[in-house]
Write a protein that binds this ligand. Sequence first.
Ligand code: BES
Ligand code: MN
Ligand code: ZN
Length: 481
Amino acid sequence: MKITIGNQYDAELILVSKDLASDAYGDIVDQLKGKNLFKGEEGEVYSYVNLSDDKTLVFLGLGEEEKVDEEILRLAAFKGAKELSKLKVKKASVSLKKHAKLCYKKSTKAFAEGLYHAEYRFDKYLSKKQEFHLEEVSFGLLEGKEEKVLPGLKEMEHLMDGVFLTRNLINEPAITLTPVELAKRAKEALEPLGVEVEILDRAACEALNMKAFLAVAKGSTNEPRGIIMRYKGGQDEAPLGLVGKGVTFDTGGYSIKPGPSMYTMNGDMGGSGAVIGAMKAIALNKLEKNVTAVVLATDNVISGDAYVPGDVVGSMLGKTIEIHSTDAEGRLTLADAVYYAITHENVVEVVDVATLTGACVVALGAFNTGAFTNNEELLDKIKTAAKEAGEPLWQLPLSKEYKNLIKGDRGDLKNTGGRWGGASTAAAFIEEFVEGKPWVHLDIAGTSDIESARGYLPKGATGMPVKTLYYYVKGENKGGC
Ligand code: BES
Ligand code: MN
Ligand code: ZN
């Protein structure tokens, strides 16, 4: 689906605030309101089809004008696009005005985003595909605003390209998306955009002493991969660091997961999916920043070679780790990944993204990403970015009590901190490897892959928090206007 500028089609989306007289089709809106068919409430959709002249009007309620925000516009656009597609409309127009709370650029971007969300499907393995009919939506803009709005629309198109890449990687089953395949896809997506992609094989990881990561990878016949992605859009400054958990399937290892909780573990590379998608969006939009992303990809499976509980393993940093659960594998891979990013890629700060703990899902459900930091200033930047993105996150604690829980007995550290506060002890473990660098850890176990569709997010991979990472790297705090 493409977005164009103009206002030329017979099918139209009409945005209606509940408490504002509608300029377009005002008399129809009044009649609908009079008959209680459509009131302009937030989320309401009413379609009006005239078969004789091909006129299709889809009214979209926004609720009270004063309260219209980006999220309301995203959802209205999403519903409008779904409705048009259901009516088999191929081309439609929409007149976009400025809303009270938002600048014009932000309103139009949010509306475009919602339209793109409606188009997403992961149907490559379905013999019968459900069709999406809408091919073009043409935006009627306010006089003289084109120049301001067009770059924003292009930016959103690119950003959603990144989000869709992330979703596709996460939705891909593990039988296809092995570590080797993940590395190949990162290369294919990013190299043409000028991102340098270096792939590390098992021997290269051994040479780097990535002992914690390799302990997890030990049990698998699928070869592990390190994926290092370097985007240079800035000057000579040291890069920002992104790290993503890349466990392509998590059985739990010998601390095996029960069947139902194993089923979705192809999504355990959600962090790496997000980081790769973000790199795509960053490169497509040519952000003037340097960013290096690091993924250490492996699956976590059982075999005669697999690591077992009670093992004591090393790490690239040199700290030794007692394995209390082979299912706490993510933090082992991240320990070496963040340490590598800091010591070998010279990043100034690190944001790691990981489907790390069930405890985070218990705490926050599927609605908020859990955020942890050793540097409130960096987290503030991430919070600002998350707001702009419409990707909610919530800070969870990381104080010394949690750090005490992961102190080891036979080794320096243990890889689990017991039953309680599991999201925080996992974060505390990663912090042991960040060498005091500004660091934020995002636990996306609840938000990366969801059980049922919600708003404009599909069931399965959501693409969170690609937009947050993008706006963080972009680093513009003027509110995007
Ligand atoms: N990949 C899981 C976490 C997870 C759970 C992601 C649910 C998505 C949905 C992680 O590797 C894991 O198994 N964590 C354990 C840690 C525990 C053994 C300390 C957990 O959360 O149970
Ligand atoms: Mn696990
Ligand atoms: Zn895992």
